[in-house]
Structures are given as structure tokens and as C-alpha cells.
Write a protein that binds this ligand. Structure first.
Ligand SMILES: *Cc1c(COP(=O)(O)O)cnc(C)c1O
Length: 366
């Protein structure tokens, strides 16, 4: 029995009728861009996250880029973030001519290490991007306290954390803004691309709406040079159907994670570390082992998918070599890059499949 890392086909089959009807209704309406589905999704998202505004954009990368731009990040500024994240987090900073400044990660949660944050702040620092890696929120309230002292902006990269909580507060609701991705494999995934920005700042939301639409407030009157970044009606309609299942799916992922805790707890590997105040959504279930290659090979032989997130930390990426970072600069992130491997964890994963995966892993580590 082949087990994928994520089973989007199985998920579609559980909601096929609703999805097909939602797509058909958009086709019937012939409204494809900036229409009622996108507006409704924005409202539902704002309500879900507990913020005043949500602004839909074309993808999670644009969500970061437009937010950084709207918050005034530009050439010469510094933006502090983690080296253990998807490339887009630092790429968008670099695209604006600003400099990504990395802080090593916490060895337990793999999120940015708050104890090392303050020493990275300089006169050029403009913003901080905490990333909720693999769906576990970090303590953004503390990031906000530090940011307030230096007058910095905080953007939560919540691409992997929709519905995750910290201290009872939702991802994307604590920073000055939160950015989300609806890439198909995210916990709330479209059938194409999509992104969203959440904020309590109405002025920022208005700025973002202008930036996503060529710098216009009124059509054909361009106040600024902006972007073309939009979430189309078909994707919005699909996302609204799937949104209704999100909490239930996230709960199923937490169940799967707790199942792994029991099945794998006695093996010589490191299970995902928990911050007791965090309620994760397990976007990915990432274990750590020095025998990663061996484990991945045994899993592959048994037709079980696994994948490395992330093989190269951002400070060692070729594209960012001008930052002048070297191996050894962020040892915890480099260690995670050497040992981390994601195993299947998704709502439709059955108990039998989990037991099978655990048996193969037990043999691989024997
Ligand atoms: C997926 C992801 C992004 C980018 O989202 P896209 O929709 O693919 O552009 C940004 N940051 C993190 C942490 C991500 O996981």
C-alpha cells in the first residue's frame, strides 16, 4: 500500500460534490476576478483569525512582498528572520533591496530563537518576520514587545500555520500583519495559487488593496507603481468550501501526530518539539535522526513517501551568497537541515497506515 506525504486526491473525493458545485457556480456567474467569492473569503478569513481586515492576493510570496512594501521596507533596510524556512521569506526581503538578517533557531521548536533576537537589531532594522514553521506558532507576543521598544514592524509568516494558536490567539492575529499561502499542499490549499494578508490596521489594508491592483484605488488612476496580484473567483470558491472543514482537518492532523507520539516515542529519533503554549496544526510532521538517509531509503522501499524540509538553510543558499554567511554561522539550523525528515501526516491518514509506517521506521532504525 503506497502512502503519499499528503493525499489531496482522497481529500477531494470526500468533498467532491460541494467543490464541483462551487466551481460550476463561478462558471455560471462568469465573474472570474475581484468578485463576490473573493470578498466573502476575505471576510471569513478576517473573522476566523479574529482581525479587522483580510486582503486576498495571488500567492503567499506576494502576501509577504506586498506587506513588506506597504510597511515601508526598502533598499538598505534590514529585516530579521529565521534561516530555517521556505526561501520566499527571505527572497521577498531581498527583492526589495533590503537585507535579510538571520537569527538561529530554537532546537526544540525549530522556530526563531527569541533569546538571540535582540542582539541582531541595528539602526537599519525595519521589521521582523517570525515564521510559524511546520504549523507550530512561536511567541509573537514577545516578538511584539521587543519590536515596540525599537519601533519595528512584525509580519507573521503564517503560510504553514492557518488555524494554529498560541496562548489562545490565532496565527496572523498578533503581528502588525500575518501572511498566508493557499498553495495546494498547505493545510488550506487551493487548486492553484492563492494568498492572504490579515491585519487589524485599516490603513495598511487599504494600502495593500492598492498595491495588489497596480497601485490604483480608482481604476486607471495609478497613485503608485504596484503589482498585479489577485485571488481568482474559482480558487476563492474552492477555498470557501474547504475552509468549512479546516478545523476538523487540523484536528485530524493533531490526532495523527499524537498517534505517532505513541508509535514512535521509544525509537532513537527526535519527535517534533512542542512549546506548551502552542496549539500546532502539523502542516508537516518532521522528525529528526542522524540516520535520515537510511530511514528515507527504507520508507521508499515500502512505498511510503518522505521528504526533507529543508535541505539547505537560507544563509547557505547560493542566491543569498552576497550576504557573506558561512557554514557554522547558524549551527542549530544547519543541524536541522542535516537531520529533519517529514513523514506522512494528513487528515485522511488511517491508523493502519500509521502503524505500517511506524513498523518500517522501527526496522530502519534497528
Ligand atoms: C509556502 C510558503 C510561502 C510561499 O507561499 P506561496 O503561496 O507558495 O507563494 C512562504 N513562506 C512559507 C513559510 C511557506 O511555507
Amino acid at each position: 500500500m503506497a502512502i503519499p506525504l499528503l493525499d489531496l486526491k482522497a481529500q477531494y473525493l470526500t468533498i467532491k460534490e460541494e467543490i464541483d458545485a462551487a466551481i460550476q457556480s463561478v462558471l455560471d456567474s462568469a465573474r472570474f476576478i475581484f468578485g463576490p467569492q473573493m470578498k466573502a473569503l476575505e471576510q471569513e478569513m478576517a473573522q476566523y483569525c479574529g482581525v479587522k481586515e483580510a486582503v486576498a492576493v495571488g500567492n503567499g510570496t506576494d502576501a509577504l512582498l506586498l506587506t513588506l512594501e506597504a510597511l515601508g521596507v526598502s533598499a538598505g533596510d534590514e529585516v530579521i528572520t529565521t534561516p530555517f524556512t521556505f526561501f520566499a521569506t527571505a527572497e521577498t526581503v531581498a527583492l526589495l533591496g533590503a537585507k535579510p538578517v538571520f537569527v538561529d533557531i530554537d532546537p526544540v521548536t525549530l522556530n526563531l530563537d527569541l533569546t538571540q533576537l535582540e542582539e541582531k537589531i541595528t539602526a537599519k532594522t525595519k521589521a521582523i518576520i517570525p515564521v510559524h514553521i511546520f504549523g507550530q506558532m512561536m511567541d509573537v507576543e514577545r516578538v511584539m514587545e521587543i519590536a515596540a521598544r525599537y519601533d519595528l514592524k512584525v509580519i507573521e509568516d503564517a503560510a504553514q500555520a492557518i488555524g494554529a494558536e498560541y496562548n489562545g490567539r490565532k496565527a496572523g492575529s498578533i503581528g502588525h500583519a500575518g501572511t498566508f499561502s493557499f498553495f495546494p499542499t498547505k493545510n488550506l490549499g487551493a487548486y492553484g495559487d492563492g494568498g492572504m494578508i490579515t491585519t487589524d490596521d485599516e490603513h495598511l489594508a487599504a494600502q495593500l488593496r492598492m498595491l495588489r491592483f497596480h497601485g490604483c484605488r480608482t481604476k486607471y488612476y495609478h497613485e503608485e507603481v504596484g503589482h498585479n496580484s489577485r485571488l481568482d473567483e474559482i480558487q476563492a470558491a474552492i477555498l470557501r468550501v474547504k475552509f468549512r472543514y479546516l478545523d476538523q482537518w487540523n484536528e485530524a492532523r493533531r490526532q495523527a501526530a499524537s498517534g505517532y507520539g505513541k508509535l514512535l516515542g521509544d525509537l532513537p529519533l527526535t519527535l517534533p518539539g512542542r512549546d506548551p503554549k502552542a496549539k500546532p496544526i502539523y502542516h508537516l510532521y518532521v522528525v529528526r535522526t542522524e540516520k535520515r538517509q537510511q530511514v528515507m531509503e527504507r520508507l521508499a522501499e515500502a512505498d511510503i513517501a518522505s521528504a526533507i524540509y529543508y535541505p539547505v538553510p537560507l544563509h547557505l543558499q547560493k542566491a543569498l551568497r552576497n550576504l557573506g554567511c558561512r557554514e557554522g554561522d547558524f549551527p542549530v539550523a544547519e543541524g536541522a537541515a542535516r537531520e529533519a525528515v517529514a513523514i506522512p501526516c494528513y487528515p485522511e491518514l488511517t491508523r493502519e497506515q500509521q502503524e505500517h509506517i511506524a513498523r518500517v521506521m522501527r526496522k530502519a532504525l534497528a
